[in-house]
Ligand binder design. Structure first.
Ligand code: ZN
Length: 148
């Protein structure tokens, strides 16, 4: 294969400009014998040197403000509907215990701990529901993000 039958591809020229050791032996041999490819490699090396000395790009707009404008407005993280339901349930339970607690204590002395355990289960279910609502809300907000 003569040195003029083919020249290095643009990619190979750029790799050679980075380091000639990156080239396969056949292309490296061509580069040593071809003035045209050597000139192109030198041009790429100058281009890389100049590019490396350029200052970092400065945007004409405020990138931070543009990103923040895309973010959804933050709502209170606490799902208030669940909170109201919790307060209502607790109020009913407390009123029930105040009104009928004495009777219950007499009638279900042994079962009072069961009632307490039931309240604990209800509270656990409500907390779990709040956690699931928070996760669902977070996913909805993440889906709203659009940086196009
Ligand atoms: Zn060449």
């Amino acid at each position: 294969m003569t040195s003029t039958s083919f020249h290095l591809s643009e990619r190979a020229l750029q790799e050679a400009a980075e380091s000639s050791r990156l080239l396969p032996v056949e292309q490296a041999d061509h580069l040593h014998s071809c003035g045209l490819c050597q000139g192109r490699v030198a041009t790429y090396q100058q281009l890389f040197t100049v590019t490396a000395q350029l200052p970092p790009p400065a945007f004409a707009f405020d990138l931070t403000a543009a990103v923040l404008a895309q973010l959804p407005t933050t709502k209170p993280a606490f799902p208030w509907v669940v909170g109201w339901v919790t307060a209502l349930v607790l109020g009913v339970v407390v009123a029930f215990l105040v009104l009928f607690g004495g009777l219950l204590a007499q009638a279900f002395q042994g079962l009072f701990t069961v009632l307490g355990a039931g309240l604990g289960v209800v509270a656990g279910v409500l907390v779990a529901a709040q956690c699931l609502e928070l996760v669902a809300q977070h996913r909805r907000q993440m889906r709203l993000l659009d940086f196009s």
